[in-house]
Every structure is written in C-alpha cells, then in structure tokens.
Design a protein around this ligand. Structure first.
Ligand code: G6P
Length: 461
C-alpha cells in the first residue's frame, strides 16, 4: 500500500504514552508528563515519534483541540473500540493468559463477545500500524511495546517493508499449553503478528524460550525473526537523587511517625493488580504474627497498593479485598499504639520512595511478573546499607537477583511467612552484604541502555 514517509527516524508505539491530559473545571487542558524509563531513554534520541492512544476524556479533548507535545502522536481511537481492545482483549485475555490468572472452570470462555472484542483489537492495532507507517522516515526503526500491540509488527511490515521493526514484551510469556487455551486461529494470528518484526525482545530467557516454544508448536518456528533478551534495570542515579528531595523527606518523617520508634518495617509497593499477589502477601504477614508472636508490636507492614484498571470488575473486587484483609489483620492483632498493616492506596511516588528508604524488608511476591522493578528499586534506595528482599521465584527479576534474595513460591503462605521471619532475623552484616549486591545487580542495564541496546541489535549487520 502506498504511504507518504514522514520524518521520524526512531518510533515507539505503546498504548499508554508519555503524557496525559486533564480538563480543569474552567475548561483548560493541562498536561501531565510521565517519568517512566522509556521517557528518559528517548530523551537522547533526535527525530523521534511516540505513537500512543488517547486514554480518557482529557486526552481526547486535547487531541480534538490540537494540543500536542513535540514528538508525540496521540491516536483518538473510537472509545468503544479502545475499551474492547484494551479492557476486553489486552487486559482481560492476553494479560490473563501470560500471567496465568484464569480461574477454571468458569474462565476462560471464548464466545461471540470475545470475537467482537477481537475485531476491535485488530482495528486498534491497525490504527497504530497506519500512524507508524505515516510517521516513519524511509528505513526508520520502530519499536512496538507490549501485548496491546501484538499485531502491529505484521500489519506495519505489510504497509512499510522498508522499516526495521522491533517488538518488546514487558510481560511474561505463557507456557505453550496455557497459551493454547486461546482459539487456534487467534493464537496463530498473534504469533504471526509478532513475527512480522525483525526482532522480538523479552525481559528474561525464560519468557523468550516460552515464546519460541509456542512458535515451534503452533506456526512451525519463528522463521527469520530474531529473538533477544534484554533485562531492564532501575535508574539508580535518578532514584538516589530523587529519594533525597524535600517532598520525600517530609513523607519519610510522617511514615516514621506512623510506624513508631524502634520497629522494623516490611514494605511492598504495587499497582493493585491480581498478578501481584497482594492478598497472599498480607496473609503471609498475618501468619508471621501468628506463628512468631515475638514480632507483635515490633514490626509494621507498609503496604502501598495503588488502584489499577478499575474499569474491570475483577480488579474492583480485588482492590476491596485488599482493604478488607488489611483491616481484618489490624483488628485481630492491632493494639492501642500499634497498627500492624498500614495500607496506602493513593498513588504517591514521593511516599513510595520514602517507604523504600525505611524498608528493612521488601516483599515482592507476584504470581508471575515480566521483571518487577520494585525488587530492584528498594535495595538501591533503602537507608542503612540495604534491605532484605523476599522475592517470588516467578518474577523475572528472580533470574538476576535470586542468589541474594530470599526466594519464595508465591502460593506458599507458610514458606512466605517463614521467609519474612528469616528476613527480619537476618544479622546486619549479612543483610548489608546481600543488600549491596542486590543494589549493584538491580542497577545494571538502566532504561536508556536497555533501549539503546535494542536499537543497536535491530541494526546489526
Ligand atoms: C504493565 C504493562 C504496561 C502497562 C502497565 C500499567 O507494566 O506491561 O504496558 O502500561 O502495566 O498498566 P495500564 O493498564 O495502567 O497501562
């Protein structure tokens, strides 16, 4: 198909973009810029274009009024199409498949509603492919992000065979027998869509191998597409500087007050996300208090669980359950001057960093996770020579941090409670030694390097 090549040499595509807009009561539109890894990674690249979706009324209003950021193209996709693609397919099907979250016998069920949503997912992917085709200079490099846009590489290849196309998965990849729950034609279409890329990136060898196995069993192999592994690390320099600014110091003082003098602190910071396994984490902390009574009054669990994907009922229910379980532990064990679980649900980056600094123990126990940057960030930021990391062996980060973390099976409540106990008991010398190694490992491959490594690999002769 004919296209008019645009000007960008490097293009990124993702559902959630680097900026979002809100309409104030007086009708003015204000921009909020995101600070994620990709944003800083791209800051050093000239001639770039970031294609993303308008996600809410504020974004749509900005697009309607022609308000844009340089280097960003926000697509105003029909809200119903976007909702079906994003809530329906991406977050209720693909996310569930890759994180193995379905609860049989009721789920999954792929009927007519699923097919309708799938058509929207195709339309949504097509809109991205077209915008990228329009915006890319001849021979430009495009890196497509995540499961929302799995069909884009193949669609874009058909529109612009001159481009170098990469796709990066930030999630795990499902084992083949689980992936094959998807209807056969859909499983095949997804794989072929991704294989339209020159190169596919995954966060760990484990996810890359699972993808390769799916290709072998379903479409006869990955063909000419190269499959690479690029672990993503934390931006240590930024975090250390940010964690000592005044707003963090203020929150640190407030948290210290809440915790009470001389108590140990177990920290978790997550989106309230089913895969993060927050309820089992709380239950394991409760079991610790039950089985190790000497820790009562002497430890506080700071649990920060920020609501996410609230359009989905199952997420709303999970969010309510998290609050309910935290309250039940407090009413069972709490005393006049000790609240065992301090739950915060309002997303506040400065307060998260303050909690990182206070952490004696970080609890990161996802059922499955592509990488999990919290596991890398807490040891980098924590005061007092580092914290002990209790880490699920099902997190991608476990491949890099497993030796110095206390590994847990995320379903095993007793094992997790014991690991929390062992973390609290750990002698200082061992804690500091492990903490230093965790911080060093978590700092390798910061976002800018991670992204540049992908660009370089895409251009390997
Ligand atoms: C995961 C995904 C990202 C996504 C993020 C937040 O990390 O890999 O693509 O942006 O979750 O989810 P949301 O649905 O709010 O964008």
């Amino acid at each position: 198909m004919a296209s008019t090549p645009g000007a960008a040499e490097v293009l990124v595509a993702s559902n959630r973009g680097p900026v979002s807009y809100a309409v104030g009561d007086d009708g003015t539109v204000t921009a909020k810029r995101g600070g994620g890894g990709l944003v800083s990674a791209l800051s050093s690249v000239d001639d770039k274009l970031w294609v993303c979706a308008a996600l809410g009324d504020g974004d749509r209003e900005a697009v309607r009024r022609g308000i844009t950021e340089p280097g960003v193209r926000m697509l105003d996709i029909d809200p119903e199409v976007h909702a079906s693609a994003y809530n329906g397919i991406a977050n209720s099907v693909l996310w569930f498949v890759h994180h193995m979250l379905y609860q049989t016998p009721l789920e999954p069920s792929f009927g007519p509603e699923f097919r309708r949503q799938w058509a929207a997912y195709e339309e949504y992917n097509r809109a991205f492919a077209q915008a990228l085709a329009d915006g890319a200079a001849p021979g430009a490099t495009v890196v497509v992000q995540d499961y929302h846009l799995a069909l884009v590489p193949g669609m874009l290849r058909a529109l612009r065979p001159d481009l170098r196309i990469g796709h990066f998965s930030h999630t795990p990849w499902a084992p083949v027998d689980y992936f094959r729950m998807l209807p056969d034609d859909i499983a095949e279409q997804l794989l072929r869509g991704m294989l339209g890329a020159d190169r596919l990136g995954f966060l760990t060898r484990r996810w890359a191998d699972a993808f390769t196995e799916c290709c072998a069993r379903i479409v006869g192999g990955p063909g000419d597409t190269e499959i690479g592994v690029h672990g993503l690390g934390a931006d240590a320099e930024f975090l250390r500087e940010r964690a000592h600014r005044e707003d963090v110091e203020e929150r640190l003082a407030a948290l210290r007050e809440q915790v009470g003098a001389g108590r140990k602190v177990v920290v978790r910071v997550d989106r309230t996300e089913l895969s993060k396994n927050i309820v089992r984490g709380l239950r394991a902390f409760e079991l610790l208090l039950e089985t190790r009574p000497e820790w009562r009054e002497r430890v506080v669990h700071l649990a920060f669980a920020y609501p996410s994907r609230q359009d989905l009922e199952v997420y709303q229910e999970y969010t309510a359950e998290v609050s309910w379980v935290a309250a039940s532990i407090n009413s069972r064990f709490g005393t006049e001057d000790w609240t065992p679980v301090v739950l915060h649900v309002k997303d506040d980056f400065a307060r998260s960093l303050a909690a990182y600094r206070l952490a004696d123990v970080a609890l990161v126990n996802p059922i499955r996770d592509g990488m999990n940057l919290v596991a890398k960030e807490v040891p980098i930021v924590s005061d007092g020579g580092g914290c002990v990391l209790v880490l699920s062996r099902e997190a991608g980060a476990y491949e890099e941090l497993g030796e110095d973390a206390l590994g847990v099976n995320p379903y095993d409540l007793i094992g997790t409670a014991e690991a929390l106990g062992a973390a609290l008991d750990m002698p200082e010398k061992e804690r500091v030694a492990r903490g230093e190694r965790l911080a060093a490992a978590g700092s390798s491959l910061p976002p800018a390097q991670w992204f540049l490594a992908q660009l370089k690999a895409l251009h390997k002769p």
